[in-house]
Ligand binder design. Structure first.
Ligand SMILES: N[C@@H](Cc1c[nH]c[nH+]1)C(=O)O
Length: 318
């Protein structure tokens, strides 16, 4: 009997296998030169370690199974950032600043994008213990350099802040993951439909629709300061200052701009967020952001920012 591959999973051999290793080598070399040390966590975790501070959303994206060796319910990791959070909060607790990098397979319960892959070869960095904008700035520069090393065509970094959306939909019963999904899909009509059942003032509805239409650039953010309360203003100012500090061109070749509609893949980010694009690619190829709240949920209150990308997507789309 011939076994067919599972839909959404793939094998690599020949030139594809070489390209994957090559890409991995380039990125790990870059991370190491920037002072990031490699960690190699296991592919299995307790579901709680993956969920802590990340909530249901990540759990829905995770394959769980009952361990035949009696260790209870186990999860195949769907993301490595929560593993780094666990390690930083437990085994590396003695170090105040941690700069860590990783490269390993993660498995998604369902693909991120229609017809996409369920397996990703996640490669990235996490910068922990560097307070304020300094950590974000360091990670954004390293993301830009990674995009150049990976050969992105016309690389662009879009930077947002989850606090903007949270402030706009405060008091709504629709969960945050629903809003982020609709905004990530850029579907203003579906979004409008949901706002009908929510106690939202018209100016908030207009703001959400503007985001779904992709109109949340720097000017839009600045214009809206003062309209939606202190939390919105704090997030907006943090984002505008960061973008101003880093500048519109990073490493000479990477364009960077603010976009309030940048949405996270998972819901554990609690500050700035960013996505990296290459001209001609069908999807964002790099994701990152700040997740101090997830560190707190893991029992170690410390600042944390990082990014990751999928080597499979890089070799296919760059
Ligand atoms: N792991 C996140 C990106 C990230 C890394 N560190 C912080 N955020 C993702 O894949 O979406």
């Amino acid at each position: 009997m011939k076994h067919k591959p599972i839909i959404g999973l793939d094998d690599a051999f020949g030139s594809r296998a070489k390209a994957l290793r090559n890409m991995q080598g380039k990125l790990l070399e870059l991370f190491e030169a920037a002072g990031y040390e490699e960690v190699i966590p296991p592919i299995l975790e307790r579901p709680d370690a993956l969920k802590s501070g990340a909530g249901r959303f990540l759990a829905d994206q995770t394959v769980v199974f009952s361990d035949p060796a009696g260790a209870g319910t186990l999860a195949i990791r769907s993301d490595m950032t929560p593993q780094i959070a666990r390690i930083a909060a437990t085994r590396l607790q003695a170090e105040a600043v941690l700069k860590l990098c990783y490269s390993g397979t993660v498995m998604l319960a369902r693909p991120d994008v229609r017809g996409g892959s369920r397996q990703q070869w996640q490669t990235g960095v996490e910068c922990l213990g560097v307070a304020g904008a300094a950590g974000d700035i360091e990670v954004l520069h390293l993301a830009a350099r990674s995009m150049l090393a990976a050969g992105f065509n016309k690389p662009v970094l879009q930077v947002g802040h989850i606090g903007l959306l949270k402030a706009l939909v405060a008091g709504c019963s629709t969960p945050l993951e629903k809003w982020t999904a609709l905004l990530a899909r850029r579907s203003p009509d579906d979004l409008l439909e949901i706002t009908r059942n929510e106690p939202l003032a018209q100016d908030r509805v207009d703001a959400l629709v503007a985001l779904a239409r992709g109109r949340g650039d720097q000017h839009w953010i600045a214009e809206n300061v003062g309209k939606f309360g202190a939390d919105f203003d704090q997030a907006a100012n943090e984002l505008l200052e960061l973008v101003q500090q880093v500048g519109e061109r990073v490493e000479g070749d990477v364009s960077l701009y603010a976009d309030a509609a940048v949405m996270p893949r998972f819901l554990y980010h609690s500050g700035i967020l960013f996505a990296g694009y290459a001209a001609g690619a069908s999807q964002a190829l790099l994701y990152g952001g700040r997740y101090d709240a997830m560190m707190k949920a893991h029992g170690r209150d410390m600042p944390a920012t990082g990014f990751s990308c999928d080597l499979w997507a890089l070799i296919d789309e760059v």
